[in-house]
Write a protein that binds this ligand. Structure first.
Ligand code: GAP
Length: 575
């Protein structure tokens, strides 16, 4: 598929991963430990109530995930941190480091279902698709750019000499599965595995031209896969009781369009001027053909998007500002620089009006070593969106872009006809603002922070014996519980004092009270939940009115006055 108009296609988003996947052979041993790490994270998420499969008691629903008691707090904290750092906490009178000038930021909450014409003008109706192939034998459907396989031959084979054996197995099981399927196809036994001849490393089906020699992932015979076909990713629904073709609508596949169509409303109702950004957090829906890798590719997910409107002449500077600022943001909340990658799109990947698009990618543990998955995209969208909503869907292949026409010479998709240009009050200049779009996924963000947080180390138990401990080193701003309050023992007035402290702290902070079991075990539970601080009320507390604060990461215990506890915790959380 060619260059997309206002959004990045799945193909583009996968390009980084695919390019890297092709480099060299898979290092199975390293991968095994990576997958083991992912399995441990997935298991902890379920055990401790971060994430559950949607509709689990009915067998689950692929591509849909529920956030449990800890998960909902983590994701809410992430979205709140984003909203505060990008929008509500922004000071329009101060020029941030690296920004070309001061700027305004405001928020928006638009609907999930919008006028269907919006998706026609945005380009999603015509171009928001993946290519998929169907298997005539298994009746299953696969994504053309995600189905992986290897060229394999066998010297004694009488029929086709070389075939492309595909598999849907996860990366760590891919080679074993390909070998198993190739042996079966050539009617060989496991002991003959050495005689198989591989031509090149594993690669995706979209590198293969000849489908008649492809063995589909669930097929026994060759050549059962159809040629790739377009599959639109938008979920369709109907409005009202009649439900005819006239009443169809779509669940939004991105929050961005809600911002573009409200550009004028926001401008006219707030006393802001270009440059300014509109931020929005909300659900988006994509009927992904192959949702996989835990929450990474879901069918229902949340986005945190900014559409930043600026003068065309300064748009390159704003693009660079947002790209660098967004990368730095992930680091301030705890993602290490080594696990992040800033991938600038190559010139041929860009829409022609765009001066740049960059993806911030993260080394998710389910990916082979050296591969990264997209966390956020920062795109320069030019004036495509505002003009398309004014004039009608533009043809992205024209320069300068003109409205796409149908066979009768009429606009293929009519715009709103509203004036979405901007007039600068000082210079009197009228122009269509250019847009820089930092578009992040809240679920992918939460997953990256969970992966980064997972650690295993050793800590002494209540008998002083070193034991392996699982600890989620979440940044205190993201941690679902900020502090847990424990009485050392359940007697001598300790529970009463601990409950008083708990009630006091609970007014401002997400805190947890626990008096059950050995204190060492209570610490462990909080370590797994990612709670940064544990407050213990002991014998000394009763006389000196002090408590200990145990730091999750350093295991250091410091004694503080109960009167100063709340302030001390807030200081630690915000630092
Ligand atoms: N408005 C531009 C836009 O939507 P995108 O690259 O398609 O761009 C932006 O999506 C972000 O949304 C991605 O970087 C990712 O974090 C998140 N995202 C996209 N599709 C997703 C999916 N199927 N599951 C989870 N997150 C997804």
């Amino acid at each position: 598929m060619g260059v997309s108009p206002g959004f990045r296609t799945h193909r583009h988003r996968k390009a980084g991963v695919n390019a890297l996947r092709l480099i060299g052979f898979i290092f199975v041993k390293g991968l095994l430990s990576l997958m083991a790490a992912m399995e441990k994270i997935v298991s902890l998420c379920k055990r401790r109530g971060f994430l559950f499969q949607s509709s689990e008691i009915y067998g689950g629903l692929q591509g849909f995930w529920d956030y449990g008691p800890l998960g909902v707090e983590l994701k809410r904290n992430l979205k709140d941190a984003w909203w505060r750092d990008m929008c509500s906490g922004h000071n329009e009178m101060v020029q941030p480091a690296g920004a070309p000038s001061t700027f305004d930021m405001v928020g928006l909450d638009s609907t999930i279902i919008m006028h269907p014409q919006i998706w026609k003008c945005s380009g999603h109706y015509d171009m928001f698709h993946d290519y998929m192939v169907d298997c005539r034998e298994s009746k299953k459907r696969y994504r053309h750019d995600q189905l992986r396989g290897r060229w394999v031959s066998h010297p004694d084979a009488t029929a086709t000499a070389k075939i492309f054996v595909t598999t849907m197995a996860e990366a760590d099981e891919e080679q074993a599965e390909i070998q198993h399927r190739a042996l079966k196809y050539f009617k060989l036994r496991p002991k003959d595995a050495e005689s198989l001849v591989y031509d090149g490393p594993s690669t995706t089906l979209d590198t293969v031209d000849e489908f008649s020699i492809v063995l589909g992932p669930d097929a026994k015979t060759l050549g059962t896969l159809t040629e790739p076909r377009e599959f639109n990713l938008m979920f369709k629904t109907t409005i009202g009781a009649l439900g005819g073709e006239e009443d169809y609508a779509f669940l939004r596949p991105e929050t961005a369009q809600g911002i573009f169509v409200n550009f004028k409303n926001v401008l006219d109702s707030s006393r802001i001027s270009v440059p300014f950004g509109i931020a929005q957090v909300g659900k988006s829906f994509r009927n992904e053909i192959t949702p996989r890798n835990f929450t990474f590719r879901s069918r229902e997910f949340e986005q945190m998007e900014i559409e930043f409107f600026c003068h065309p002449n300064s748009s390159q500077d704003w693009y660079r500002y947002w790209r660098d600022r967004r990368l730095a943001w992930y680091q301030t909340l705890g993602l290490s620089r080594e696990s992040l990658l800033m991938r600038e799109h190559a010139a041929e990947e860009l829409a022609h009006y765009s001066v740049g698009t960059a993806d911030i990618e993260y080394a998710f543990p389910f990916l082979p070593k050296g591969e990264y998955g997209e966390l956020e995209g920062i795109a320069h969208r030019g004036d495509f969106d505002l003009r398309s909503h004014m004039e009608g869907k533009l043809d992205p292949s024209t320069r300068p872009m003109v409205v796409e026409l149908d066979e009768f010479g009429k606009p293929r998709h009519r715009g709103s006809g509203r004036d979405l240009t901007y007039r600068d009050d000082i210079t009197g200049e009228r122009f269509t603002p250019h847009v820089i779009e930092p578009s992040a996924g809240a679920d992918r963000g939460a997953l990256a922070f969970l992966c980064e947080a997972y650690h295993e180390d050793e800590a002494p138990d209540e008998n002083g014996k070193l034991q392996t401990r699982v600890v989620m080193k979440l940044h205190p701003r993201l941690a679902p519980i900020k502090a847990a309050v424990f009485p050392l023992v359940k007697k001598d007035g300790m529970p009463e004092l601990a409950q008083e402290i708990y009630a006091e702290l609970k007014r401002d902070l997400a805190v947890f009270y626990d008096e059950k079991g050995a204190v060492g075990r209570r610490y462990r539970r909080q370590d797994e939940a990612g709670t940064p601080y544990c407050i213990t009320v002991d014998t000394e507390s009763l006389t000196t009115k002090t408590v200990t604060i145990r730091d999750r990461d350093t295991l250091e215990q410091t004694r503080v006055k109960i009167d100063e506890l709340a302030a001390e915790l807030k200081r630690r959380i915000s630092s």
